[in-house]
Write a protein that binds this ligand. Structure first.
Ligand code: HEC
Length: 392
């Protein structure tokens, strides 16, 4: 189900040709007293970046990424902000740059760590003055695949381009104004080079910052887990009782238990994404009403977005408030802890009584689900240099 090899080779050649054209060949100035620095020297003084940018724009994804269940959830605005290799490279530098915070102490990556699939192992993250965020940091893996394109637990950001400027201005997270951010970044040589490569002009603007960060985040696609290996070697969508090649018996039991209890209309597609925010019965009365706090509608109280479950074993603690320290606690919630909130999602309710319907899983089913969730860990994703800190 991989893209045919000749097509990949052809695309690589195309990328190579187009990136060669963009490379500015500034001759070394050997005469005179002032030596102007080349782009590469300016970059190399601060950053470890390859001369030809990493490939972010054309990934050789398994075939099912191109099929409607996943493809239709892609929120990339292809006309206004397609992913380019130079754009995502700039996004990567911005993502790891502590100068995006008022006192140069916090970068996006401080709360979105690659080894945790771009989440944070703390229940609440620490902002630039050491204050706590209100919620648990979210994994960014496959954030691109969410149909309504909204971001944050409460979906308050309408697009990723809107979202990326919010942490920068947040009083706890990074504490900057966009005016001072533009002024600050405009003084840095390396941004002159990187903005020119990405947008054809060296000027730093908020619009370009937001677009480049969004490109980098959308390029964070996790597609090389054990589960993907199984799907690729099977070569077709597994039938309900079909085993995945390479899976242990327990993992295959877990796949079935997950599909029967957790996927369906909830954590669905091969990326285990949820189509809309839902109430999963965490509380009878919520201190944080999630989507309801944004829309003001009581029927939205206690509804939260769920990020893709890819790499979920790396993203503890869990839920919007990080209340569950382990995946076992999460599974126990669905097995026995669901609360009968008026907005509790129908799938977690008994259709006859309308009451909360805990899944009542056996210990064996719970173990199997954990084994399955472990197959969603993508070690290549969390160690890929192209998502790592570029600063020297
Ligand atoms: C101080 C910690 C912190 C910093 C710094 C931070 N974030 Fe976050 N991030 C969070 C938390 C906490 C949430 C969840 C907040 C919420 O939903 O209210 C979040 C959520 C997100 C989401 C939503 C994901 C989704 O699936 O809806 C994105 C995207 C994101 N952050 C990107 C960024 C970017 C880009 C930066 C840098 C400009 C950044 N973050 C800086 C803590 C942080």
């Amino acid at each position: 189900m991989h893209t045919p090899k000749y097509l990949i080779a052809f695309l690589l050649v195309l990328i190579h040709i187009s990136s060669c054209k963009k490379t500015k060949t500034t001759p070394n100035n050997t005469t005179g007293t002032t030596t102007s620095k080349t782009d590469n020297e300016i970059i190399a003084a601060m950053l470890n970046l390859p001369e030809t940018p990493y490939n972010y724009s054309v990934l050789s994804l398994p075939g099912y990424f191109g099929a409607p269940p996943i493809a239709s959830t892609d929120n990339t605005p292809v006309n206004t902000n397609p992913i380019t290799n130079d754009g995502a490279t700039l996004g990567r530098v911005l993502f790891y740059d502590k100068s995006l915070s008022l006192n140069n102490t916090i970068a996006c990556a401080s709360c979105h760590k690659q080894e945790n699939s771009f989440s944070d192992p703390l229940q609440f993250s620490k902002g630039f003055l050491n204050g706590n965020t209100d919620r648990n940091s979210m994994s960014l893996a496959n954030a691109r695949y969410y149909t309504n394109g909204r971001f944050f637990w409460d979906e308050r950001a309408i697009t990723l381009e809107d979202q990326t400027l919010m942490p920068i201005q947040h009083p706890v997270e990074m504490g900057m104004t966009l005016d001072s951010l533009e002024a600050k970044l405009n003084t840095k040589d390396y941004y002159k080079v990187l903005f020119r490569k990405a947008f054809g002009e060296e000027k730093v603007t908020r619009d370009r910052i937001s677009k480049a960060l969004a490109q980098f985040i959308r390029s964070m696609v996790s597609y090389q887990s054990k589960y993907d290996d199984g799907l690729v070697s099977l070569g077709h969508p597994p039938a309900p009782n079909e085993d995945l090649p390479g899976f242990s018996q327990l993992e295959n039991q877990g796949l079935r238990a997950f599909n029967a209890n957790c996927a369906g209309p909830c954590h669905n597609t091969e990326l285990q994404t949820m189509p809309v925010a839902r109430n999963n019965g965490l509380d009878l009365v919520y201190t944080d009403n999630g989507v309801g706090k944004i829309t003001g509608r009581p029927t939205d109280n206690g509804k939260f977005k769920s990020p893709s479950l890819r790499n979920v074993m790396l993203t503890a603690p869990y839920m919007h408030d990080g209340r569950f320290l382990t995946i076992e606690q999460v599974i126990e919630h669905y097995s026995s802890g669901i609360k009968n909130h008026p907005n509790l999602d129908n799938r977690l309710k008994d259709p006859v009584t309308g009451q909360a319907r805990p899944l009542n899983l056996t210990q064996q089913q719970k173990n199997a689900i954990v084994a399955f969730l472990n197959t969603l860990t993508d070690n290549k994703f969390i160690s890929d240099m192209k998502y790592s800190n570029p600063f020297k």
